[in-house]
Design a binder for this molecule. Structure first.
Ligand SMILES: Nc1ncnc2c1ncn2[C@@H]1O[C@H](COP(=O)(O)OP(=O)(O)OP(=O)(O)O)[C@@H](O)[C@H]1O
Ligand SMILES: [Mg+2]
Length: 246
């Protein structure tokens, strides 16, 4: 469904991606792992055209998309839930979902999709008229995902869905992502919660400073000592603890 070959993306003169190649098959849940600044968000932004790769190619369903405008890429049915769930905090849950369905231009369809979102996230139905910014972090993340689902994307990109959530809410959000995956949505997810993310993913890529240095299934990656040490907190140096303590 999605294939990146040798993608190199720059911010000015700074090279953020040093030749990324990866693929996502239809129906898969694929995870990109890596420390702060590794280039995870830049991969997702390169796919949705928010930044343009200088070199390399990106194909989605057989079509080359790396030179297309981001609005056209969204219309190809790629949903992007950015880091820190950028919802409209002044608006209600209902209004946020309406905005998500704006491109549909069909009221009946918009309300049908909204009901589907409520089936995945019943709490949002209860909070329908609440101002989005007043909800808990987990509820806001559910809203951000639901907003992206309004357009029924064939591919959903999730940027650190568990960021800033308490351990209990992290469990909830991963359970929901697993459900979405099982209902047939193809997902490419960026995460720092390595253990939990890999448990639900079909395949994982580990990124360090703009390069993929390992890839494999949860079992493959668990067998890699470097992954256990640096990302699962089993070694002398626990990178995750370092991230959380700021
Ligand atoms: N708008 C920007 N302008 C300049 N440099 C940027 C910009 N956005 C990101 N970078 C740089 O590109 C590199 C990759 O950033 P990116 O946001 O993709 O990392 P990340 O893996 O998502 O990190 P985090 O886990 O902190 O979200 C970093 O060195 C970062 O400083
Ligand atoms: Mg990021």
């Amino acid at each position: 469904m999605l294939k990146l070959i040798g993608v190199e993306t720059f911010y000015g003169k700074i090279k953020a991606l040093h030749g990324i190649s990866l693929k996502v098959l239809e129906g898969q849940l694929v995870c990109i792992l890596g420390a702060n600044g590794a280039g995870k968000s830049t991969i997702l932004k390169s796919i949705t055209g928010l930044v343009k790769p200088e070199y390399g190619t990106i194909h989605f369903k057989g079509r080359r998309i790396d030179q297309m405008d981001s609005e056209d890429i969204v219309k190809l049915s790629i949903g992007h839930v950015p880091e820190w769930r950028r919802i409209f905090s002044e608006l209600t849950v209902y209004e946020n979902l309406l905005m998500g369905g704006f491109l549909l231009k069909d009221d009946d369809l918009i309300h049908e999709r909204m009901e589907e979102a409520f089936q995945h996230f019943p709490i949002l139905k209860k909070r329908k008229t609440q101002q989005a910014g007043n909800m808990s972090g987990g509820e806001q993340q559910m809203l951000a995902i639901s907003r992206a689902l309004m357009l029924k994307p064939k591919l959903l990109l999730l940027d650190e869905p568990s960021l800033g959530l308490s351990p209990l809410l992290v469990q909830d959000i991963f359970a929901t992502i697993k459900e979405l995956h099982e209902s047939g949505v193809t997902i490419l997810m960026v995460e720092q919660n390595v253990n939990q993310a890999l448990k639900i993913a079909d395949y994982g890529y580990v990124l360090t400073t703009g390069k993929i240095f390992l890839s494999g299934t949860y079992k493959d990656l668990l067998e890699e000592e470097k992954v256990r040490e640096q990302y699962l907190g089993e070694g002398k140096y626990n990178r995750r603890a370092k991230v959380w303590s700021g």
